[in-house]
Each structure stands twice: as structure tokens, then as C-alpha cells.
Design a protein around this ligand. Structure first.
Ligand code: NOJ
Length: 984
């Protein structure tokens, strides 16, 4: 191993090695994405084998005999679980391998199908060439991804049983059915009598069973010579029909992957009957509605790949892998949503094809239904599939969130605007940017320090020349209500005298190479080791490093950014770790690669939770790499994009895709990471970014400075307005984060999610609703574009957000909206009430006790409803009831505010925040779409806390004649109190 050798070299070689590291990096990180640095399916042995397996099965058609069957004697159903053994026939003599199958019917209505391989015999293990590693198939993905929802539904029951199969009713009111066929093995999942999902529909299931390695005679050793005799009995002849060229070793880009356990892939085909649209499996570029992957016009020729990677200058509209992996797909057809979650942490490929036919007589509709067929292929592990039968998109997100957890309740500042670049070069630089933002009245909450703040890329240290006094920097920021985020990566510089590295090594907490030595590779600091965050002892140690007295220079307003945690290894295969590296528990890296980033993110989250005894504050940690469950630890962003219009356009489908896949706290680098955006692009990007759940501007070290105050007019003012729009709507955003935290709901909601009956919206991914606020947005993402065509999905009334004018909308039609550079196409759907804070301030913290404005958009039925959730935005006191949750309703001529949960305020002992909120009021109510009859009104009667008083009402025409808007000013009711306003 080059790295291991390097660590023993004398110090005088180190500068050259650092240079080599940089060169190495530049070589891997050329000027454009090196597509060829990353595998195609045909270069990934197990993907190639499984695609060939599929081709063969499909070519054989009805004569294809899938080798998997359940033997009825071995099947049983009890207490919500079906257990059986699948027998896999592996040769013509009928030899079988036993694969234990468990189907658990969960209380939530989700079904879980797990297939393992029967534990192998000890004597077989000895035949492996690395006896260190585990003998089971990887079975710990659950441990990292799943946090609940596994309670089995004992009400599930058998409805029919015979020699050939079993049918089980389960789910809400036993409305779901699993129809399990024994030979060939398949499972149909039905709702309302129709099959929605079928596992092993095309018989492509393939669980490569363990087999002993057959040592080929070396050229020196001829057959029959010494050593050949002992293994004779255990080593069967190779099957000539199987291509074993990639079973035991595989090379790519000059790296060889030794495969101590041999071929072990797990694959399954899953068909969605009658579903043309499927979404999910982020992160990828490309449209929200996933494309077909087996070639043909407009399709991809490669499967979607999930293998967390540092893909430099990634290309758009591609199934190539990116930094994170969430293996959930949901399928949408009119009025029905279903989905599957493929729980596997290894490299995974997913083929998607769509076919206009219905083989299954039970599937809905006529023969022209479109079925979407998916083929899931993972390198190792158990088969573990969760099946969701909906029927709504919300059901899928809820069911998935029950399993993998919901978005962490964010630090309130973290949903405001973040100012980042690689790099703010000194503490003076940071202070100056902070001052300038103030000078130009541009709000922001967080300034970020990238890599270069450290002493020679040693994390938890500061460059003492450039950052002489980090605490004074932190204090200045704190005085303005602002925060600092610093970068901490998982690679630890391998250099003597660096305490963190010394501890990592002496405590044995690093990832090991295949020979059991600390793995050494190249990353930013040159030669590095990687913390193994799968190891509980490593997590404990790592957490302690964030204590204020260890990470000197940090304070309460410092938070953390985890980058490069795929992990990125500049000189590793596909810029990551060798798959035969070994983690805690003797698992190979190949088993858990896609989970790796999440464990590191989780360890950092733990660190921020325990920085000081008694301090219980919500962490904020941004991660680049993620897996199912990462939403519990913070935010993600879409990595190294480019300052181009195409990348601006690509960001929304990506962010939306993460949101509907359980990870709504996501964003893209505003302005584009690489390159220098022209002012128009940067301006449009801020307008778009104002609608990213995670809203951060970031730029590459070689790019020109582009803080918003550097823009000339009119751009600077337009960007400032976009930022102010975000700040004024923070109460609404925070309420949506609360919902994401409660049940996993997405924050940016595409039309398929909000209007699952409207097929015309299923392919739309450039406009979206912000949660349940009724705000419908279509930011401009094209150069020189001054209009936007917004698709209107229903016959509700819509208003222009800024002018309050009622718009001439019609269901199913596109509405042309003027969108000159200073305008963001933003509509307000009737029937909603949006909470805002309108006083412009420098940061969200300074708005904490500001009064509220309520914007009431009168619906077509003259009603409206909305919500506000608020808490201290920082601690966990909300878990003890220290929050406000109001529901506002307009009915007839009365607007009322009540507790959304019917809580009795008096029974709660108010903490400090709630006490201060006693003096926070509703300042203004704007009633958009107020009927013309109100034009003669001059006041409304308000009642609250036993008092009645009148509040002046101003009526304005909103243009267009028919409706106007009314404003109640200085309403003077406490935000936390019940009140009514009567307009009759
Ligand atoms: C890669 C990240 O994607 C980027 O955002 C960051 O600036 C660089 N690493 C340097 O830390």
C-alpha cells in the first residue's frame, strides 16, 4: 500500500508528498467530470452479471425458469410474520441453497421482506483467503437507518392458503394483501383487490450465494502437484456457464479490489403496475420523474447508481452517482401512490423500464396501462425491502419517516441565509464581511469557514497567523445575532505531534486496510487516516473533540460542516476507499460504503449535543454524504455545482427529489461553486435560493469574491429583496420544518405530492408549493427570461403574492406571469393563511420577538386556514411543551386564532421563551381577496382575553376590480392568545 509505506518515510519527504497529494488530486479532479473515473455498470462486476442475468431471463421469455422457490412444508405464518425458506437451485443435480425469508407486516401498514442466506459452515470459512472478515451477509444497515416503526401487526391474517402459496391480509382495516406464490417465488402486493407492486415479477431475483474460492493452478504449479489434494473435496468444479472473472478480484482505474468473500450480490425486480411515474433514489441530477435506463430515445443507457462519491464537476441529466444515497422509490398514478425502500448500504444500481402492457389480469385499467419495472442490484448484504401501499404521497412519506426518522427540528438560524466561500481567509476578513453586510443592510445569519482556517488542514486547530483571535471573531458575530460554521472532515492528517491523529491511532479508532493496519490514503491534508464512525468508541471519542475546552476558539455560536465524508480519498478507487478496507465489527467497506457518511455526520451531531455539561442545544451539522436516516442529523447540499444557468435549473428537481425521499433540509450552492456567475445569474440564483430549505451561497477558492454587497445596482437591491422575502417568511418556513419534523413531510412540494389526482402535474419539477402555506413558486432559472408559465393544478383562486391581485387562473392551464429580473413568480393560493414577520432586521435572532403579520388568502369558498408553529429555535424545551402552535381560520366574516392542539395554556408552566412571547403580538392582518363589499368598512371588532375593541380596517383595490385586500393594522392581540376578529 503506497499510503502505508508513506507513513514510514522520514519527515524531509513530507513536503514532496504533500505536493504529490495535490498533483494526485488535480489529476483526479481535472477540468471537467471524468466520467471515466467512475464505473459504468459493465465495469462493476456484480452489476454487469445481474444485467446479463436479466437479459438472459427476458430473452428466454416464458421458458425462463427462475431458480427460487418456497417449499410449502417450511412455510408458516404467526403473529404478523410469515416465515419460510426459499430454496435456490444452483445446479442441474438440484442442489439447493437455503435462504431464510421473513415477511413482517408492520403496524403502520408497511410490509418488510427480508431474505438472508443460511449461515455458512465454519469449515467453509477456513477456505477464504481473509478469515478476519465476517461470515454473515451484512445485516447492520437496519442498525444505522431504522429508528422505529418495526412493531409487527398481529391483526394481520391468512385469507387463503394452499400448496402453491398463501395470501395474507394486513394494513389499515386489512385493506392490503400480500399474495405470496411459492414456485416460482413472487409476492404481489394488492390494495382494493388490484396488484400495485410485485416482487420478482420478471424472475430477476438473484442472491449470489457464498461459494468457496477455487484456486486456479499458478503457472509454476501444475495440476496434480503439491497442495492440490487437500481441497479436492470442498472445491467443486467451476460452472462453465458462469462468468467468474470478477468474483474474486476486480480492477478499475489501476486499483485492484480483492474480494475475500467472492460474489455476493443481491438483486430483485420490482414492478409497479399501472404506474408511469416513479420518483426518488437521490442523489442524482436529471428530472424528478425518473427516466428509463435501458437506452432508447431520451432515456439513459446506464442504471441509476448509488455509490456515494466525490464526483468533481458533476454532469447534468445523468444517472451517475453523486454524494449521497437514499434508496427509496415512490410510484405515482392518478389517485394512488405506492413505494419501496431498498435497505442496503452497499453499492447499488437501479434499472428502470416502462412498458405499455398489462400481463397481470388483476392490474387496473385496460391494456394500455404503463407499468414501471425496476431492477435493484446491490453488491452485498441481505435482501431487505419495505413495501408501502399508500394510497397517498403523504402516506409514503409518513411510513418511511416512521422507519428512518424525521428531519431534526432545526436551529432557527439554520433556515435563514448562510454566507460561505472557500475561503474567508482571516478573522479580520470574516469581521469585515460581517460589517459590510450590515453596512448594506443585507440580512444574513451565518458565515462559514472552509478548509483553510485550520493549521495545515489539521481539524480542530486554527491557522494561528490568519485566525489570531477566533473568539473575538465569534463574539462580534454573536453581537449581531450571527453564527459561525467551521468545516470538520473525516480524514485526519497522518503526522506526528498532531494530537487528534495520535489519539486516533493509539486508540485504534481508524478504518483499517485489508491487512488490518490503519488505512492510509490521500485527502486535503496529504497522507491521512479516517475515523471509523461505525465504532461506538470512535463516536464517543469524536464527540468529545467538540467540547469547547478541546476545540479551542469555538463558542456557543459555532456549528459544524462535514464535507468529504463519502469518504473522498483522492488516490482511492473511484476517489473513495478501497472496498476491502475493514470497519468496526470486521465488516468490509463494500458492505456499508453508502452508510459511511451518515455515521460520521451522526457522530458530529453527537459532538454538538454534548459540548458542555448541561448545555442542551440543537446541533446544526451540514453533510455532503448521506443515507436513509441522515435527515435526523441536519442538512445536506448538492455538492460542487457550477455557476451556470443549467446548474441553477437542475437544482430544484434535485432538492425536491430529496424532500420527497425524506430529506427535505437540502439546498444547492447559491451562485454555483465553480466559476463566476454573471450578475443576472447570481441574482436569479438568490431568488431561487430564497426557496431552498437550506439557503447558502458558496464559491470555489479560485472564484472571484461575490458577497451580495459587491453587486452593483440594481442587482444588489434585488438580491436584498429576495433575502428579505426569505426572512419575512421565516415563521412560515419554520412551521413547515415543524411538520417535516413531525411526520417527514417534504417542504418543497411538487404537484404530484399536493395534487395526486392531477396527472398533468406528475412530470412537473420546476414549480412547487412551500409546504402547506399555499405559496406556489416558480423561480426563473433561465437567462433573459422575463415570464414564467405556472401550471395551475386546481380551481382554487390564486393571487399574486406581491400585488395581492387575483389572477385569471384556470385548472389545468398555465398562467403566464411577468417575471422581469426584480420579480419572483410567486402565487398565493386561496384558502391559506401565511404567518410572516415584516420588520427588516440583520439576522433571524434579532427578529425573535418581533410581532407577526398574517396574510389571509380568501379561498373560493370564502374560507382560509393556516398555522404558526414557534418555539425558542434553539433548545429542546419544545419537547416539554414550550412552544406555540396556533391555527388561524377565516370562516364567514370571522377570523379566529386558537391553539392548534387544543391545549390549555394555563396548565403549562411557561419557561423563559414563552414568557417573553407574552409581549409578542399580531401586528397586522392582510386579507387578500377581501370582497368589494368590505370597501365601505372602516373597522373590525376584535375580541381577546376578555377584551373587546375595534381595529381600523383599510380597504384597497388590488387592480382587476373584482377583489381587493383589507389591512388591519396594529391589531394588538397576543400571538399566543385566542382571539377573533369580526368583519361583519
Ligand atoms: C468540497 C466541497 O464540496 C466544497 O464545498 C468545499 O469548498 C471544498 N471541498 C473544500 O473544503
Amino acid at each position: 500500500m503506497a499510503g502505508a509505506g508513506a507513513s514510514q518515510l522520514s519527515p524531509r519527504w513530507m513536503p514532496f508528498l504533500s505536493l504529490l497529494a495535490v498533483l494526485c488530486f488535480l489529476a483526479t479532479q481535472g477540468l471537467a467530470v471524468k466520467e471515466n473515473d467512475f464505473k459504468k455498470c459493465s465495469q462493476s462486476g456484480f452489476c454487469k452479471r445481474n444485467r446479463a442475468y436479466a437479459d438472459n431471463a427476458i430473452a428466454l421469455g416464458p421458458s425462463w425458469q427462475a431458480p427460487y422457490k418456497i417449499s410449502s412444508e417450511l412455510a408458516s405464518f404467526k403473529d404478523g410474520q410469515f416465515q419460510a425458506t426459499i430454496l435456490k437451485t444452483i445446479d442441474e443435480q438440484g442442489t439447493t441453497v437455503r435462504l431464510p425469508l421473513t415477511i413482517s407486516f408492520l403496524k403502520s401498514g408497511t410490509a418488510r421482506v427480508t431474505v438472508d442466506e443460511q449461515r455458512r459452515q465454519e469449515k467453509d470459512i477456513e477456505l477464504r483467503h481473509n478469515s478476519q472478515i465476517r461470515k454473515e451477509r451484512y445485516n447492520e444497515a437496519e442498525k444505522w437507518a431504522i429508528v422505529g416503526g418495526l412493531e409487527v401487526d398481529t391483526e394481520a391474517k391468512v385469507s387463503h392458503q394452499s400448496e402453491t402459496g398463501i395470501k395474507i391480509l394486513y394494513g389499515p382495516n386489512l385493506a392490503f394483501e400480500a399474495d405470496i406464490k411459492y414456485e416460482p417465488y413472487s409476492i404481489e402486493f394488492k390494495r382494493g383487490g388490484a396488484t400495485h407492486i410485485k416482487l420478482n415479477d420478471r424472475g430477476l431475483m438473484n442472491l449470489e450465494h457464498w461459494r468457496p474460492k477455487i484456486e486456479k493452478p499458478t503457472p509454476e504449479k501444475k495440476e496434480g502437484e503439491e497442495g492440490q489434494e487437500e481441497n479436492k473435496d470442498e472445491t467443486p468444479e467451476p460452472d462453465p456457464t458462469e462468468d467468474e472473472s470478477t468474483w474474486w478480484e476486480e480492477s478499475f482505474g489501476g486499483n485492484t479490489d480483492t474480494k475475500p468473500r467472492g460474489p455476493e450480490s443481491v438483486a430483485l425486480d420490482i414492478t409497479f403496475f399501472g404506474y408511469e411515474h416513479v420518483y426518488g433514489i437521490p442523489g442524482h441530477t436529471g428530472p424528478l420523474s425518473l427516466k428509463e435506463t435501458r437506452g432508447g430515445e431520451g432515456n439513459y443507457a446506464e442504471p441509476y447508481r448509488l455509490y456515494n462519491s466525490d464526483v468533481f464537476e458533476y454532469i447534468l441529466d445523468s444517472p451517475m452517482t453523486l454524494y449521497g444515497a437514499i434508496p427509496i422509490i415512490q410510484a405515482q398514478r392518478k389517485d394512488s401512490t405506492v413505494g419501496v425502500f431498498w435497505l442496503n448500504g452497499a453499492e447499488t444500481w437501479i434499472d428502470i423500464t416502462k412498458a405499455k402492457e398489462t400481463k397481470n389480469p388483476l392490474a387496473l385499467g385496460g391494456t394500455d396501462n404503463i407499468n414501471t419495472r425496476t431492477h435493484w442490484i446491490s453488491e452485498t448484504g441481505q435482501m431487505d425491502v419495505f413495501v408501502f401501499l399508500g394510497p397517498t404521497p403523504h402516506d409514503i412519506t409518513k411510513n418511511y419517516a416512521e422507519l428512518t426518522g424525521t428531519t431534526a427540528m432545526p436551529q432557527e438560524f439554520s433556515i435563514a441565509y448562510h454566507q460561505c466561500r472557500w475561503n474567508y481567509v482571516s478573522d479580520d476578513d470574516v469581521k469585515e464581511v460581517d460589517r459590510k453586510m450590515d453596512r448594506y443592510n443585507i440580512p444574513y445569519d451565518v458565515i462559514w469557514l472552509d478548509l483553510e482556517y485550520t493549521d495545515d488542514r489539521r481539524y480542530f486547530t486554527w491557522d494561528s497567523n490568519m485566525f489570531k483571535d477566533p473568539i473575538s471573531m465569534g463574539k462580534q458575530l454573536d453581537n449581531h445575532g450571527r453564527k459561525l460554521v467551521t468545516l470538520i472532515d473525516p480524514h485526519i492528517k497522518n503526522v506526528g505531534g498532531y494530537q487528534i491523529a495520535d489519539e486516533l491511532k493509539s486508540k485504534g479508532l481508524a478504518v483499517k486496510n485489508k491487512d488490518g493496519k490503519d488505512f492510509d490514503g490521500w485527502c486535503w491534508p496529504g497522507s491521512s487516516h479516517w475515523i471509523d464512525a461505525f465504532n461506538p468508541a470512535a463516536v464517543k471519542w469524536w464527540s468529545s473533540l467538540f467540547n469547547y475546552d478541546r476545540f479551542k476558539g469555538t463558542m456557543e455560536n459555532t456549528f459544524i460542516w462535514n464535507d468529504m465524508n463519502e469518504p473522498s480519498v483522492f488516490n482511492g478507487p473511484e476517489v473513495t476507499m478501497p472496498k476491502d478496507n475493514i470497519h468496526y465489527g470486521n465488516w468490509e467497506h463494500r458492505d456499508l460504503h453508502n452508510i459511511n457518511g451518515m455515521t460520521f455526520h451522526g457522530a458530529t451531531y453527537q459532538g454538538l449535543l454534548s459540548r458542555k455539561k448541561g448545555e442542551l442545544r440543537r446541533p446544526f451539522v451540514l453533510t455532503r454524504s448521506y443515507f436513509a436516516g441522515s435527515q435526523r442529523f441536519g442538512a445536506m447540499w448538492t455538492g460542487d455545482n457550477q455557476a451556470s444557468w443549467e446548474h441553477l435549473g437542475a437544482a430544484f428537481p434535485m432538492i425536491i427529489s430529496h424532500g420527497v425521499s425524506g430529506f427535505p433540509f437540502s439546498g444547492a450552492d447559491v451562485g454555483g461553486f465553480f466559476g463566476n456567475p454573471e450578475p443576472e445569474l447570481l441574482t436569479r440564483w438568490y431568488q431561487a435560493g430564497a426557496f431552498y430549505p437550506f439557503f447558502r451561497a458558496h464559491a470555489h477558492i479560485d472564484s472571484r469574491r461575490r458577497e451580495p454587497f459587491l453587486l452593483t445596482e440594481p442587482y444588489r437591491s434585488i438580491v436584498t429583496s429576495a433575502l428579505r422575502l426569505r426572512y419575512s417568511l421565516l415563521p412560515a418556513w419554520y412551521t413547515e420544518f415543524y411538520h417535516a419534523n413531525q411526520d417527514g413531510s417534504p417542504i418543497l412540494r411538487p404537484l404530484f405530492w399536493t395534487h395526486p389526482s392531477e396527472e398533468a402535474g406528475f412530470g412537473i419539477d420546476d414549480q412547487f408549493f412551500v409546504g402547506s402555506t399555499g405559496l406556489l413558486v416558480k423561480p426563473v432559472v433561465e437567462k433573459d427570461k422575463a415570464t414564467a408559465d405556472i401550471y395551475i393544478p386546481d380551481d382554487e383562486v390564486y393571487y399574486d403574492y406581491f400585488t395581492y391581485k387575483r389572477l385569471p387562473t384556470a385548472k389545468g392551464k398555465r398562467l403566464a406571469v411577468e417575471a422581469p429580473l426584480e420579480a419572483i413568480p410567486l402565487l398565493l393560493r386561496g384558502g391559506h393563511i401565511v404567518p410572516r414577520r415584516d420588520t427588516p432586521r440583520r439576522s433571524s435572532q434579532l427578529m425573535k420577538y418581533d410581532d407577526y403579520t398574517l396574510v389571509v388568502a380568501v379561498g373560493k369558498d370564502d374560507k382560509a386556514e393556516g398555522e404558526l408553529y414557534a418555539d425558542d429555535g434553539d433548545s429542546f424545551d419544545y419537547e416539554k411543551g414550550q412552544y406555540l402552535h396556533r391555527v388561524f381560520k377565516l370562516e364567514g366574516s370571522t377570523l379566529a386564532s386558537t391553539d392548534a392542539e387544543g391545549r390549555n395554556a394555563k396548565s403549562l408552566k411557561e419557561g423563559e421563551w414563552l414568557k417573553r412571547m407574552r409581549s409578542v403580538f399580531v401586528d397586522k392582518v392582510v386579507i387578500v381577496g377581501a370582497p368589494p363589499a368590505w370597501s365601505s368598512k372602516t373597522e373590525a371588532q376584535v375580541e381577546s382575553e376578555g377584551k373587546k375593541f375595534s381595529v381600523p380596517l383599510e380597504y384597497h383595490q388590488a387592480g382587476g376590480g373584482k377583489t381587493g385586500f383589507a389591512i388591519l393594522k396594529r391589531v394588538g392581540v397576543r400571538i399566543g392568545a385566542d382571539w377573533t376578529a369580526d368583519f361583519s
